[in-house]
Design a protein around this ligand. Structure first.
Ligand SMILES: *Cc1c(COP(=O)(O)O)cnc(C)c1O
Length: 377
């Protein structure tokens, strides 16, 4: 049996190697490394896949979030509402732009932004909400949009972990994660559900004016060459990365399906244990399982479980051990331990197990037996 990995990018590459090499050769033979035809082909294919008017490729998911915010020229005291339980990038860009992240609690079951708490955190300085579709499942967008509209707030979706997930509206209509708010940001980091072979990211929007502004900002704020209308950044997706993404996009739905199959098998096995709460599946979103993250009961020693597994060559990860409001870098915002009890509790009891497109039943059985073996010992 192959060594178990959190993510098996080698096994995945082996299956698409020929196709990737053909697209790589197109880039290499043309030397169109920056803004080459492959970037436009991928962009257009992704627009079709998502059903969104504009995809603007950029250098990574963090830039995608930053550029969306730069495009709005928010005043210095502007507040951006963001879940307390998320990857740091969501918070970092807000702080970097001199704006104020205002944390919002998450739901204990879905780990996504709590709409009731959100409403209590809105002030006259609030300008936008950044829902994060954590681990691959959409936040409650319909209720969130209603709140946003009634307070005149923009909505920027962080869909770095949920590309390909479908949001299901009450009227039965569906929309891809990242295409529901005013803009969406995603990441093509290798381990993401649609990952390239380096860094990459993209912004989604249906707003023509916003798209035009974002296209300028990612290119040094330049409209016409060497005429700079606003302060911009240099944030591009390489043609070689676009080549990888163009190939992998064709398989994204089957990759999501493969991840769901793995999740279903974990759910079934772990439902036997009263020490494990398996991932919540909401009625308004499909789940693309960027992570398979469970909650452990109070009396389980998470460190001991993780050591027990790693002694048996089974990797596991904690996403995330320290909530953002308690990170050293952000203490200046004045948050304290106890401000977000759900988030703090999750950080102390979640654990993620390997999930990827290449997981076979035999490997998964080793993981399941390891986990259940520890919990019943
Ligand atoms: C990965 C990730 C990002 C950042 O993406 P990069 O491409 O690594 O910059 C942002 N938000 C979330 C929720 C992520 O998981």
């Amino acid at each position: 049996m192959e060594k178990i990995q959190m993510v098996d990018l080698i096994g995945q590459y082996a299956k698409i190697k020929e196709e990737i090499r053909i697209e790589f050769d197109r880039v290499l033979d043309s030397a169109a490394f920056i803004n080459g035809p492959l970037v436009r082909e991928f962009q257009s294919n992704l627009e079709d896949y998502l059903g969104v008017k504009h995809v603007i490729p950029c250098a990574n998911g963090t830039d995608a979030l930053q550029v969306i915010m730069m495009a709005h020229d928010f005043p210095k005291d502007a507040e951006i509402l963001v879940p307390s339980y998320t990857y740091v990038a969501t918070v970092e860009v807000i702080a970097l732009l001199g704006l104020k992240p205002v944390f919002v609690e998450v739901y204990p079951d879905s780990f996504n932004i709590d709409i009731e708490d959100l409403q209590t955190k809105i002030t006259k300085n609030s300008v936008a909400i950044v829902p994060v579709h954590l681990y691959g499942q959409c936040a409650d967008m319909e209720r969130l949009i209603t709140v946003a509209q009634s307070h005149d707030l923009l909505v920027f979706e962080d869909t770095a972990q949920a590309i390909g997930a479908n949001y299901i509206f009450t009227n039965g209509e569906t929309a891809r994660a990242g295409t529901i708010g005013d803009a969406g940001a995603t990441s093509f980091f290798p381990a993401k559900n649609l990952g390239c072979y380096g860094d990459g990211g993209a912004i989604f929007t249906n707003d023509d004016k916003l798209a035009a502004k974002i296209r300028m900002i990612v290119n040094h704020g330049q409209g016409k060459r060497y005429y700079h209308d606003s302060i911009g950044v240099n944030s591009r997706l390489d043609s070689l990365q676009a080549a990888v993404l163009k190939v992998k996009l064709k398989y994204l739905d089957s990759y999501s399906e493969a991840r769901r199959t793995v999740a279903d098998r974990y759910d079934l096995a772990f439902s036997q244990s009263d020490k494990i709460t398996t991932p919540f599946r909401s009625h308004f979103s499909t789940h693309v399982f960027h992570q398979y993250t469970i909650k452990l009961a109070d009396d389980v020693d998470r460190n001991e479980l993780s050591t027990f597994l790693s002694d048996r060559n089974i990797p596991s990860m904690i996403y995330y051990p320290v909530p953002n409001h308690l990170q050293k870098a952000y203490t200046y915002f004045g948050y304290r331990n106890g401000d977000f009890p759900v988030t703090e509790d999750l950080c102390s009891r979640v654990i993620s197990f390997p999930i990827h497109t290449e997981m076979d039943v035999e490997q998964q059985k080793v993981i399941i037996d390891g986990v259940l073996g520890y919990l019943t010992s």
